[in-house]
Ligand binder design. Structure first.
Ligand code: ARG
Length: 439
């Protein structure tokens, strides 16, 4: 029986050395390379194709852009960020892992393999999906304790095609939702990154003009992006206007448009799942714009209680998302809350793109929990309530603190007046004043 293994294949150094290793060290007869498209730049596919060809590898490219974009939009409903990072790599991994598993089954493979090291998050995210199947899971780089140096030597010895373009000093991971740059000098938290680590974003100081962009949401999901005013001299596409847009279209448009204004850079220390702190640099213009606009709409349509409670839902969603556990039962429950809660998050938000910043400047919704007359300085009575009705509330407000502070200081305790007239230094008599009951 021929033994076949499906390998998550990018054409980079790690996955390229995995091909002969799976045959020689793990005894597989045939390796099947699978590259999953989650919005990487075109040259990465060329590299994968060319390397696969040079290795004489059976190679499949699977398009998962729509599925991935949908998951990113699920994350918008949950305002999902992990320590300030909008989860691009994290959310892509389960999508990629599922596609590879599908191909492995179609192609009669007995095992699944990835080229992740034993230090990062991705090994955990891939395997969380794969270990639910009955296929064997192999991680040659981790299991054989390989270093980049060893891989380079091995590749030279075996004459493997690893000269491709993506092997620069930094380790870069790009998909629709974010571009991550790490490694080399950047590993030092005290090192200031040079401008050329950025590819999606113009330096905020170099960006030109401003743009007003209207983002339409339906039940928490972004559905359309319209540029309503442009003062940029740059030739940005003001696409979208009036047309129906897919999630992928919206993300691609905003990455370009907001990236030109230098929006969505993050330079952070990230706590990885294994506990290591790692210095990370990210670019995520579309994610920043959509998350900002979404939250601005929630401010308008959700009650304070909903917003406060939802922070816990959002936090848990982001934690599970970061861990790559998008199919955890908890996730289903969290999504259930979001389904119910986000029905009102329908409306439009206008944001201003300006020199590295995206700011909400207008919002509208049929579900606005907002009464202009109640909040306005120019109306006296609303729904039978007048200003003077707040007097009693104002008297109570802070009473407990005043009392506690007086007790702590050993001074005379403040007391609420029974008749509402004085400033409250007398308790109502125990046997009941005029209306001394507080119920
Ligand atoms: N630390 C991030 C995560 O775990 C991104 C890692 C991306 N990888 C890279 N080689 N740049 O989600």
């Amino acid at each position: 029986m021929t033994k076949r293994v499906a390998l998550a294949f990018s054409g980079g150094l790690d996955t390229t050395v995995c091909v002969p290793l799976l045959e020689e060290e793990y005894g597989y007869d045939e390796v099947v390379g699978v590259t999953v498209d989650v919005g990487q730049p075109e040259p990465e596919f060329d590299e994968a194709e060319e390397t696969a060809e040079a290795l004489d590898l059976e190679h499949y490219v699977v398009d998962a852009r729509d599925e991935f974009a949908d998951l990113c939009f699920d994350s918008v409903r949950a305002n999902a960020e992990y320590q300030g990072y909008p989860l691009g790599t994290a959310l892509a991994r389960p999508v990629i892992a599922k596609k590879i598993l599908e191909v492995a089954k179609e192609q009669d493979c007995d095992a699944l393999a990835h080229g992740c090291t034993g230090k990062g998050n991705d090994q955990l995210r891939f395997e969380a999906v794969w270990r639910a199947s009955d296929l064997e899971v192999i991680a040659p780089v981790r299991e054989m304790g390989l270093t980049r140096e060893w891989e380079m030597e091995y590749a030279a010895e075996k004459e493997l095609p690893v000269e491709g373009g993506n092997e620069g000093a930094w380790s870069i991971d790009t998909n629709l939702w974010s571009r991550s740059v790490e490694g080399d000098d950047l590993e030092d938290p005290s090192y200031v990154p040079p401008e050329d680590i950025y590819d999606w974003t113009t330096a905020p100081t170099e960006s030109e003009g401003t743009e007003l962009v209207e983002i339409e949401f339906d039940e928490g999901y972004p559905v359309a992006v319209d540029t309503v005013e442009e003062t940029s001299t740059s030739s940005q596409p003001s696409a979208g206007n009036g047309e129906e847009q897919s999630a992928v279209d919206i993300i691609e448009q905003l990455n370009e448009q907001a990236g030109a204004h230098g929006i969505g850079r993050t330079d952070m220390m990230e706590d990885r799942m294994l506990g290591l702190k790692v210095r990370e640099n990210y670019e995520h213009p579309a994610a920043t714009v959509l998350l900002t606009a979404h939250e601005a709409l929630e401010q308008l349509v959700l009650t304070k209680e909903e917003r406060d409670f939802k922070q816990q839902i959002d936090h848990q969603w982001a934690e599970k998302g970061y861990q790559g556990l998008v199919d955890a039962p908890l996730m289903t429950s969290l999504d259930g809350f979001l389904d119910a809660n986000q029905t009102k998050v329908t409306g439009t938000v206008t944001v201003k793109l300006d020199a590295g910043q995206v700011r909400p400047v207008a919002r509208e919704s049929d579900y606005a929990v907002y009464s202009e007359s109640a909040a306005s300085f120019n109306t006296e009575t609303v729904d039978g309530i007048e200003q003077a009705d707040a007097t009693g509330v104002a008297k109570y407000h802070g009473f407990q603190s005043r009392l506690a502070n007086a007790v702590a200081a050993g001074v005379e305790k403040p007391e609420l007046a029974a008749d509402g007239s004085g400033d409250g230094h007398e308790l109502p008599s125990k046997d009941g004043g005029e209306d001394g009951e507080d119920k």
